[in-house]
Design a protein around this ligand. Structure first.
Ligand code: ATP
Ligand code: MG
Length: 428
């Protein structure tokens, strides 16, 4: 009898294989223009890593992991990785970067394994392309990830919907959690069996109950419990995304169950791929590095589900049209963008995006830091230029272009910026 492939595992050839590769390649190119560096990690990690990061009560850890002993019988248990973030955080801590050099931007690409019920868009081996930013707390960082996903969407010619929520922080989350517990107790008789156990172990997950959607919709909303700082952060993320032309839909039921997931949570949905409609998911995890034994370094990231995005491309009418084109990467960082003041941040994100579109690699600096720290960071990552946008430049539709190698600075009209940078970079 012929040997067949294992249920939930796929052979890809022909168009589906090319579409998946095309998506991965585009993700890479876009990530590189946003100054992310590749990290390649093992497919096998210790089981505790996922218990502590994905959470013991998550579906992933409870039901979906492929677990086996590391060596001989009785040795420690390891698992095929079900997701990428825990391994990236582990490596970040294990190499000492959390203490030595915490501001890092990584991307990864490769297979993940989850033993869940196979169906269209849901497989036991699937590929994710993910990014993680460490060491940034500013809302502009969150907004830029949404802009980056929008670049990907445009590059693939897709229509996608971006849903967003804020989960609060260690200060405001407890009162929200209390409110949910109170709600759960009041509606105990109406809750499904899963929700009964969620009440004890992970009350936030009441909100994504798929059994009684109406009830979940009437539950308390995290947005009503945000502290002042979380409220301001969320407002700025939304405002910056809107200014960049990225439409967001607030979904109060979008949650991550665990305490170290903070503030921004988002999901990107496609209307073209059936019931498994989430093609990208991400959010902030300011407590995760510390929870895994590292220093208290904030983090945020997202993961693209490559197969689901492939389905969206294959079934979308306009799929494949490329509005954004990215050139290949040769290892340089062309510029850091430094924006001074709220209006300049909004505007500066657009300037950064247009430079990337012209094939340049640009890092948008943390707007909450001092100029000196930003220039130090620029030197450290080897940026040739700092592009500085302030109130005056904004009004004159120009920028200050500072050549960090020659310590020269001049004002350049915006429309000449990309060619000015490329001209100098190419000449040296
Ligand atoms: P879902 O609610 O669909 O199970 P999830 O919350 O488990 O998704 P994440 O762990 O956030 O998903 O993973 C990020 C992305 O990876 C998802 O949005 C999806 O596109 C993709 N993904 C997750 N699980 C699978 C799977 N079993 N098969 C294919 N793609 C998947
Ligand atoms: Mg899942």
């Amino acid at each position: 009898m012929a040997i067949t492939r294992v249920r939930g595992f796929q052979d890809l050839q022909g168009l589906p294989a090319s579409v998946a590769s095309h998506i991965e390649l585009l993700c890479r190119e876009i990530a590189q223009t946003y100054d992310f560096r590749e990290i390649r990690l093992p497919l096998v990690e210790r089981v505790e890593l996922f218990q502590r990061s994905s959470g013991e009560t998550s579906d992933i850890v409870e039901k979906q992991m492929y677990v086996f002993p590391e060596g001989e019988e009785g040795s420690a248990l390891v698992a095929l990785r079900p997701e990428g973030t825990p391994g990236v955080v582990r490596a970040f801590i294990e190499t000492g970067l959390d203490k030595r050099d915490p501001e890092q931007r990584f991307f990864y690409s490769g297979p993940m394994f989850r033993r869940e019920r196979p169906q269209k868009g849901r497989y036991r081996q699937f590929n994710q392309f993910g990014v993680e930013v460490f060491g940034r707390t500013d809302a502009a960082c969150d907004a830029e990830l949404l802009v980056m996903i929008d670049d990907l969407r445009k590059g693939l010619g897709l229509k996608l919907e971006t849903q967003i929520n804020s989960l609060g922080c260690h200060r405001c989350r407890p009162s929200f959690r209390e409110a949910l517990l109170h709600f759960g107790r009041e509606h105990w008789g109406e809750l499904c069996d899963d929700c009964h156990s969620r009440m004890e172990r992970n009350p936030l997950r009441l909100l994504d109950c798929k059994v009684d959607v109406k009830l979940a919709e009437s539950a308390p909303k995290s947005l009503d419990y945000l502290c002042e700082e979380c409220r301001a952060h969320f407002a700025t993320v939304r405002e910056l995304a809107a200014a960049a032309g990225v439409e967001l839909i607030v979904n109060p039921r979008l949650v991550r169950g665990l305490d170290y997931y903070t503030r921004t949570a988002f999901e990107i949905l496609s209307g073209d791929v059936g019931s498994q409609s989430a093609v990208v998911a991400g959010g902030r995890y300011d407590g995760l590095v510390e929870a895994l034994g590292g220093s208290p370094v904030p983090g945020i990231g997202f993961a693209v589900g490559v197969e689901r995005l492939s389905l969206a491309v294959e079934s979308s009418p306009g799929g494949g049209s490329e509005e954004v084109s990215f050139s290949s990467f040769d290892g340089r960082v062309d510029a850091v963008l430094i924006a001074l003041g709220d209006a300049a941040i909004r505007h500066g994100m657009g300037v950064a995006r247009s430079l990337r579109k012209a094939g340049l690699r640009v890092e948008f600096s943390a707007p909450d830091r001092r100029m000196k720290a930003l220039l130090q960071r620029a030197a450290k990552i080897g940026a040739r230029f700092a592009v500085i946008v302030g109130e005056n430049e904004l009004n004159r539709k120009s920028v200050q272009l500072r050549d960090l190698e020659r310590s020269q600075q001049s004002e350049v009209p915006q429309e000449q910026l990309a060619s000015a940078i490329r001209g100098v970079s190419a000449a040296t």
